[in-house]
Design a protein around this ligand. Sequence first.
Ligand SMILES: Cc1cc2nc3c(=O)[nH]c(=O)nc-3n(C[C@H](O)[C@H](O)[C@H](O)COP(=O)(O)O)c2cc1C
Length: 192
Amino acid sequence: MNPFIQLTQWISEERLAGIPFAQGAVLGTVGHDGIPKTRMLGVHFDEVGVPRFHTSPTSRKVIDIGINRYASITFAFQRSLRSVSIEGVLDEIPHGQLISDWLALDPKFRRSYLIFGHRSGQSADSDVLFEQLLKELPPGAENEIPLSFIGYRFSHVSRIAYYSVGSGNFAEHVVFTGDGNGKNWLYSRVVP
Ligand SMILES: Cc1cc2nc3c(=O)[nH]c(=O)nc-3n(C[C@H](O)[C@H](O)[C@H](O)COP(=O)(O)O)c2cc1C
């Protein structure tokens, strides 16, 4: 049983239904202050469907994850009225994977990222300056991965919840709870 398969299927169906950023999800973290924080992200998947995402080391989520590796992401599929919520523990994406992820990104985005990635979250003094810096970037600079491109993957997943509001009288709510090793999953249907 692989509880991630359904997630990648639902993303494909949402994309086919016309949603361009169906792989977008909201990441929730909690830092030292105990205050929950959420933000949207683009999510990628490995060959068995384990989610991962990329970010910048200067962002608040990185500070949170450095203190508390427990996190949750929720995909909200508004076209198909479905959601998937995943809870687990994050680990850094290994460097080899990061390099291939970086090179798979659109070169135009990579060039912009070279300008903004290491400044993410700081006060944006002048967009004009950013445009100027982008113009001055040497050709091919985007082919080398910057230190500002980092990411996390769910190394342990404790719970995956699928919720679907169909045309019937009752929504469907299915929950997988795991032992954290991704091998043994308990499947249960839950009252919606
Ligand atoms: C469509 C969209 C995609 C985004 N993708 C990412 C992403 O993949 N990684 C990321 O760190 N931030 C992404 N962001 C920005 C985050 O939502 C957030 O504003 C930023 O990471 C700072 O969050 P933090 O201060 O809570 O860490 C995206 C925002 C939008 C609207």
